[in-house]
Design a protein around this ligand. Structure first.
Ligand code: PEP
Ligand code: MN
Length: 300
């Protein structure tokens, strides 16, 4: 006999949809993630300079992004690569936030830094390399800030959901999942974008799911297509790397879009977002019909 999804993920009951919880909506400043709005987070891989960050922040805001991304503490594949500006980077993010009104998502890499990063960030990002760092997860959850939980590079969906379960179990309901590609035998792309994970989570979990086409693709020219696929698969939003001059980026330049490319990406999402709105309206209508039928049956 086939297992149901709920049986298969029975050890992570808090992340699964239930009668009481069909959708988690995470409030951020004056908007929400996981509601009807499709939310785009955009910005550089790393916070480099005031000029770079402010130019990008103003630009992505004018193109419709709601959240500015940018790493102040950077987990890098090489120990010799730029590791981020730390506190100075957080201060630059705070300035960008006050100048543009964008919310800030930035990575926290260790438990001890949680209080500091939580002072500056609207959303704490847990990076792929730390998805199973339970001490960090607990500290991040207890900060009370919403958490963007990236999928580990070699994490199965079950592993990823166990980390989300821990965050929920620590009493933080504001968990956002982020599919950023997984490591497979394919090397042409940086990672393999697991769209099935987005579709599955949309079906079985009440948590919002964000797609990161930048780290999934590793190449700027593939990012727009993966972003459109993410909308079609049911993602609640995107996190995209954008840089004023990707060739000069201090990290992840190959996968970063320049400002004009980001505008093109946003424009190319429009037809997909219209279909998404239509699907949401239809689902809402079905829910109303179902509750009307229930009421009629109860009345007799
Ligand atoms: C990043 O967002 O720049 C990053 C390091 O992402 P990941 O943890 O998904 O590799
Ligand atoms: Mn990056």
């Amino acid at each position: 006999m086939c297992m149901t999804w709920n049986e298969r993920f029975a050890d992570t009951p808090r992340v699964l949809k239930s009668e009481h919880c069909q959708h988690t909506v995470v409030p951020i400043l004056d908007f929400e993630i996981g509601g009807s709005e499709f939310v785009t987070m955009a910005g550089p891989c790393s916070v480099e300079t005031e000029l770079q960050l402010m130019a990008t922040a103003h630009h992505v805001r004018s193109s419709g992004a709601r959240i500015l991304r940018g790493g102040a503490f950077k987990p890098r594949s090489s120990p010799y690569a730029f590791q981020g500006h730390g506190l100075q980077g957080l201060k630059m993010l705070a300035r960008a936030r006050s100048e543009t009104g964008l919310a800030i998502v930035t990575e926290v890499m260790c438990e001890d830094d949680v209080p500091l990063v939580a002072d500056y960030a609207d959303i704490l990002q847990i990076g792929a390399r730390n998805m199973e760092n339970y001490a960090l997860l607990e500290a991040a959850a207890r900060s009370g800030r919403p958490i963007l939980l990236k999928r580990g590079m070699v994490a199965t969906i079950a592993d990823w959901l166990r980390s989300a379960e821990l965050l929920l179990d620590c009493g933080n309901p504001h968990v956002i999942l982020c599919e950023r590609g997984i490591r497979t035998f394919e090397t042409a792309t940086r990672n393999t974008f697991d769209v099935a994970a987005i579709a599955l989570l949309n079906q079985i979990s009440h948590l919002p799911v964000i797609a990161d086409p930048s780290h999934a693709a590793g190449h700027a020219d593939l990012v727009p297509a993966l972003a459109r696929i993410a909308v079609a698969a049911g993602a609640d939003g995107l996190i995209v790397e954008v840089h004023p001059d990707p060739a000069k980026a201090w990290s992840d330049g190959e996968q970063s879009l320049n400002h004009a490319e980001f505008d093109d990406l946003m424009a190319s999402l429009d037809p997909y977002l219209s279909l998404r709105r239509r699907a949401l309206r239809e689902m809402e209508w079905m829910r109303h019909m179902a509750s009307d039928v229930e009421t009629m049956e109860a009345v007799g």
